[in-house]
Write a protein that binds this ligand. Structure first.
Ligand code: PTJ
Length: 245
């Protein structure tokens, strides 16, 4: 860990860097994950490193979609595990949804390290990718999924996604909720709901939003989902980055 003073003006950002580099050192996060993180940091800087109204709107719709789901699943990769393991476990518990390890850069060792890390944070059942079920429309390692998890899911929460799987899941008729700081990514464009925010800020707020909507009627959830337009929300994020808002 860096010798960080809480008074450092970049303290929050540097703490997150420490978490992601620790993830690499522990064999949880891919070395490529550092590059992905750097890209995320650049976009975070451009949105002012705070949760914006467009992200809050997406979180409300995401909460409604996840609450309406019959079989929600939370997909966890190396960056998510390093940054928000405890929050991912809490989200799974709240939704009674399984966590499933699914990584882009293939490594059985890293899959097992992610599972152990989630278990250390309180996860009881972590689904692992298998050769028994494969997604269509995708060639990468991410096509291998658990038959009772992502394969069967109707709504999948996939923070820090690569665009290919998001598109494949949508082509298979599933709803996809993502967290991605880049509003121009294929992931953001192709998901049902894209939360343009740092996953570190987004997860606690999404959990709070789900709690707030837990007793909402089915009709109220439907209305929230129907009133959400991902393209328009991404446009707002782009305007914010261009300095418009
Ligand atoms: O563990 P693995 O093998 O599954 O690999 C995970 C990564 C993230 C390396 C892999 O999925 C990947 O290469 O992703 P991409 O295509 O680089 O996309 C990652 C996206 O996440 C980019 O659009 C980044 O801007 C965004 N991002 C990075 N850090 C954060 C983020 N979004 C939200 N919060 C972050 N902290």
């Amino acid at each position: 860990m860096s010798d960080l003073s809480t008074t450092h003006p970049r303290y929050a950002s540097l703490k997150i860097r420490d978490a992601i580099t620790a993830g690499v050192e522990q064999g949880i996060t891919s070395i490529h994950g550092l590059i992905a993180h750097g890209r995320g940091e650049a976009f975070d800087y451009l949105i002012g490193e705070k949760t914006r109204p467009f992200a809050r709107a997406a979180m409300r719709a995401a909460a409604a979609l996840l609450l309406r789901a019959q079989h929600p699943v939370i997909s966890v990769n190396g960056n998510t595990a390093a940054l928000v393991a405890a929050e991912s476990v809490a989200l799974g518990r709240l939704l009674q949804a399984p966590l499933e390890v699914n990584i882009f850069h293939a490594s059985k060792e890293r899959e097992r390290a992610i599972r152990r890390h989630l278990e250390k944070h309180g996860a009881t059942a972590v689904l692992m990718p298998s050769r028994e079920a494969e997604l269509n429309f995708i060639d990468s390692n991410r096509r291998f999924v658990h038959p009772e998890g992502i394969f069967r899911a109707d709504v999948i929460f996939v923070p820090l996604e690569d665009g290919d799987r998001c598109t494949a899941l949508r082509q298979m008729g599933k709803e996809v909720v993502t967290v991605d700081l880049n509003p121009m990514s294929r992931t953001a464009a192709h998901s049902s709901v894209a939360i343009v925010d740092n996953v570190v800020r987004a997860l606690p707020q999404l959990i709070a939003q789900i709690r707030a909507l837990q007793s909402a009627s089915a009709k109220a959830l439907e209305e929230l989902i129907a009133g959400y337009h991902n393209d328009a929300v991404l446009q707002e994020a782009l305007e914010c980055i261009r300095g418009g808002k």
